[in-house]
Design a protein around this ligand. Sequence first.
Ligand SMILES: Cc1cc2nc3c(=O)[nH]c(=O)nc-3n(C[C@H](O)[C@H](O)[C@H](O)COP(=O)(O)OP(=O)(O)OC[C@H]3O[C@@H](n4cnc5c(N)ncnc54)[C@H](O)[C@@H]3O)c2cc1C
Length: 431
Amino acid sequence: MALREGSRRLKLLFRLRHLPQLSRFVSVRSVSENVSSKSSASETADDHLIYTPEHFALKEALRKIIDQEINPYVDQWEADGIFPAHKIFKILGNAGFLGVNKPVEYGGLGLDFSYSVAMADELGNIRCGGIPMAIGVQTDMTTPALARFGSDELKKEFLLPSVMGDKVACLGVSEVGAGSDVSSIKTKAVRKGDEYVINGGKMWTTNGTQADWMCLLANTSDGPPHKNKSLICLPMNLPGVHIARKIDKMGMWSSDTAEVFFDDVHVPCKNVIGEEGMGFTYQMLQFQEERLWAVANIVTTMENIIQETIQYTRQRKIFKLPVLYHQTVHFRLAELQTEVELLRSLLHRATALYIKGNDVTKLASMAKLKGGRLARELSDSCLQYWGGMGFTSDVMVSRFYRDSRLLSIGAGADEVMLGIICKFMDTLPRK
Ligand SMILES: Cc1cc2nc3c(=O)[nH]c(=O)nc-3n(C[C@H](O)[C@H](O)[C@H](O)COP(=O)(O)OP(=O)(O)OC[C@H]3O[C@@H](n4cnc5c(N)ncnc54)[C@H](O)[C@@H]3O)c2cc1C
């Protein structure tokens, strides 16, 4: 059934590829009226480093869903502090967007990771950070290890419905006492017969109040911290799983973030992903994709914020001149645009190397570090040029200012990225 559905959607995509008008369609897109595409006028399939006409077709189809099913409701979901993940994921799953790089036999499109990057890039056009993050958790943060190392049975039970949009997933790594130092997590899964009994808790769980299952990192033995952990598929409706609270946050309002407790939760041992004891390693691998995904997503939003700032400052006059015409303003925006282009180049290089099978941990960490820092600089500078309007909740720049702050903290803080880069540079103090 899933195989049939997966190949149907794959065929659909490839039919798009053979449409004679596709390349024309793609180049027209770059000069269309919308702000975000105007800024990437040079980005067409003809000369793109990693995107082909199929990537552009995928982005175009996704953009329609964003414009019709998501953006009109974002303000309401931001106010509600949650968005309907099951409804939106079903729409995305039906269209094939929740498994672009997942195997066809589990409902995916069987494409490479550059398509996930294209998708993350397009999701940057959603008018908040919370919903893209929630989608990214589903597609590129909870499922890479499962798709790569999970058993067929597990993939049928958890991957397939996640790809189809029938199940919402969440990632349980961080805890109250352990975020940056993943190796120090305390949640324990103790083997009893053919079950694990899980006790502990997770903090900052995106999608946590709505999720059907969690990709859980837990200690499955008392061995050394890098070898005693396993990733486990944990259904969230099991007795003993308690959603303690929905966390109130400064940004990412439409994304629900939960604190979760486990009180003697019984899970079959067959729910472990891959080999027991390999969870830390799998999670570190999973982080590579998560970090590249996050950068691809924020690059588009940063570009949109610059364009919206240009539009606003061009029509807003101070001292008889548009704000934009003051040299300090247009020079600063040119600097920021340059930085965005540099980051995009790094992202595309890392992606190209990754899909060829290389370990891009260093480049992905550099891109994530730069992405977080640039987002902070860019949101601060652009907000300034909006004056008092920038301080209101009505404009995208203030939402971006709040939402993008997370990038320097989540999925490995800036300092964690610096530590990884230093490891590759062999500059860490020797013990
Ligand atoms: C909105 C939101 C959503 C999230 N979603 C998820 C999720 O779905 N699943 C999940 O598992 N986690 C999630 N997280 C958790 C996130 O990954 C952690 O917050 C992050 O890893 C940092 O951990 P911490 O908050 O415990 O900070 P800590 O580990 O306490 O670190 C505090 C600060 O110390 C500094 N620091 C860290 N390492 C070093 C170092 N080596 N040297 C010097 N300084 C250092 C950094 O500045 C860091 O910000 C989410 C967090 C937020 C805020």
